[in-house]
Design a protein around this ligand. Structure first.
Ligand code: FAD
Length: 396
């Protein structure tokens, strides 16, 4: 495991840090440090385009698709500097972190040529159409269906069904949809992975209001929605392995950026504790120290995970990582609320506008749910890392 960076890599760090600092202190100062997922969305979409034009959006991708062919170490450095600069959460992350890498890895040349550059340039945004009202943890229970039709526009998939909890669907131009394309199949067989345009008559997006006050996620209804036959990633009926591949990309380099964001959050908590006196409470001090220790452990296990990934041998640590950070951040949210004290229960602005610490507390409740709940992660660790017998289920 290599933890130190070379002088060339440190020079790269200085270069991207200075660019980010210029942006965050200059033209994009108004969106620096924003925690909410959807606040100032118009400006954040603009920020995505500026990142894309400067080729900082997807630096690990090949140059011909808008990246910089950056090494893993450079990607880690950029991710860290991005978060350190206070740049806002990426509205384009479902394209840059999930759809793009999936198309690069599992797609064909036609799909790569059509989709990758617009993602890299911040011109097209994506959402993830996995969960349904009866298919969350048990994703292979999806009921959304698609059939091939030969019409005046050539062969097309026609999609009917409903997705739920679809983050950022209101901004998305495209959705990667996991759906059943073979009648009579159940479980992982007969599922396909389709790329579906969102701005069409057969797609309706209805926001769902969250306890943070945001409506970051949505219900999405497909009612005779259409997409070209050639926009199926992998073979029709074999989309399950593509869908699982997408989830594996969630454990990539962005984990390091995420940690820098966590560090910024812990720093805000420490500052608040110092200024309101909570820092003199011995139990609060102890919890702040524990949070810091947890963050360091997370950093070294992420670096170990990434350095192993380069040799193609992801070990058990990749399976425990989500469990670790999600539980850690949920506790951080609780600490934030205890530091904020009674004033943390009040809204600070118009309507339901929350201060940073209560926002962190309320949003962190979701960390142990999305990207695989803690219970499901424990099942995965038990079965894949410890080799315990598979969970008993009615359908196997
Ligand atoms: C903020 C947020 C954003 C999201 N964004 C998206 C998105 O963009 N696209 C998308 O497709 N989905 C998204 N999701 C949905 C997310 O993937 C699901 O919520 C998650 O997979 C859990 O599914 P579920 O909500 O249907 O809960 P269920 O699967 O119904 O689970 C309910 C409870 O039962 C437990 N449980 C279920 N099965 C088992 C089992 N076998 N063993 C032990 N316990 C079990 C679960 O752990 C959970 O506690 C998002 C969710 C959140 C909170």
């Amino acid at each position: 495991m290599k933890i130190r960076f070379t002088p060339e890599q440190e020079a790269f760090r200085a270069g991207c840090a200075s660019w980010l600092q210029q942006q965050m202190e200059g033209p994009f100062a108004d969106i620096r440090g924003i925690m909410s997922q959807t606040f100032r969305a118009d400006r954040r979409l603009e920020w995505e385009r500026v990142l894309g034009q400067a080729r900082w959006s997807v630096i690990g991708w090949p140059e011909k698709y808008g990246g910089r062919d950056a090494s893993l170490a450079e990607q880690v450095i950029f991710a860290e500097e991005y978060a350190r600069s206070g740049a806002p959460g990426r509205v384009g992350h479902l394209g840059t972190e999930l759809a793009g890498p999936t198309i690069l890895h599992f797609g064909n040349d036609l799909q790569r040529e059509r989709f990758l550059l617009p993602i890299a340039k911040g011109e097209e945004f994506w959402c993830q159409g996995y969960s349904e009202p009866n298919a969350g943890s048990d994703l292979s229970n999806v009921r959304t269906r698609a059939r091939l039709e030969h019409g005046p526009n050539g062969p097309e998939w026609v999609i009917d069904g409903q997705k739920i909890w679809t983050s950022l669907a209101q901004f998305a131009d495209w959705c990667f949809v996991v759906c059943r394309t073979e009648e009579g199949t159940k479980g992982p067989a007969g599922i396909s992975y389709l790329l579906v345009p969102m701005k069409q008559k057969g797609v309706t997006v209805k926001p769902i209001r969250q306890i943070t006050g945001d409506a970051e996620f949505n219900e999405v209804f497909f009612d005779g929605a259409r997409t070209k036959a050639e926009y199926c990633v992998g073979n029709p009926g074999e989309g399950w392995k593509v869908a699982m591949g997408t989830l594996a990309f969630e454990r990539g380099v962005s984990t390091l950026a995420q940690q820098m964001t966590f560090r910024n959050e812990l720093e805000r908590i420490v500052e608040a504790a110092k200024s309101n006196g909570a820092a003199s409470d011995p139990l609060i001090r102890q919890r702040m120290a524990e949070a810091w220790v947890g963050l360091r452990i997370m950093r070294y296990s992420a670096l170990r995970m990434l350095s192993r990934a380069t040799t193609g041998s992801l070990g058990g640590e990749a399976l425990t990582y989500k469990l670790h950070w999600a539980s850690w951040r949920k506790k951080l949210g609780e600490l934030a609320m205890d530091v904020a004290g009674a004033p943390g229960e009040l809204c600070v602005g118009e309507g339901y506008e929350l201060a940073d610490l209560p926002y962190l507390y309320l949003f962190s409740r979701a960390d142990t749910i999305y990207g695989g709940t803690n219970q499901i992660q424990r099942n995965i660790v038990a079965e894949r890392a410890l080799g315990l017998p598979k969970e008993a289920r009615g359908d196997r």
